[in-house]
Design a protein around this ligand. Sequence first.
Ligand SMILES: [Zn+2]
Length: 209
Amino acid sequence: MSDAQPTHVVPLEAGAGPDNPPCPACGEPLFGWLSARPGLRGPVSRCESCGLGVVGESADPEEALHELDRLGGADGPRISNRASFACSLGSAGWAGLEPGSRYLFTVESVRRLVARRDQVVKAHRWEPAAGLVATWQTMLNSVTLGHNVALAAFGRAEAVPAQEGWQRRIDALASVVLAIPALLVALPIELAGGLFGRGAVYSLRLELL
Ligand SMILES: [Zn+2]
């Protein structure tokens, strides 16, 4: 009888190390996702188990919970969903990546995170209008040099404008000219997202266990 261990089964925890700190929500290792770029406080990593994104080097459950609570309405937080179709397609152009962003939530990551303080996600509701707007901006981000330029013009987001004046003028023009085409692309993406639980924005209701 051999006591050799099978080598093809590598638990996710085995990836944990200085380069892959544990996810503050579920404890699995974080892996690199996006490199640092203007407007962000550092490179972005993500958890492949619960989907949480972390901007910057370190991650801490208490800080993540605090950040989550700042997204709160009367009943619970409203999150930009890092597990949305919009995020998958937009990647670095995803509108949920805003200046000052620190933790990028998913419904599952919130579920895991709030369990640490004996809470459960009692309900989560797709926000179609807000989701469509976010997906629309994500599509526009794929063609502009700046980030979230259109939403910032309406005071709905904080932009990372392009560096040069002429670039900013092109971005403004592109946002107007491509507004309708971007909407026509965003609409089926966000509808499919809502249908498959991968919408861009969700309201969550939290309750104590
Ligand atoms: Zn996780």
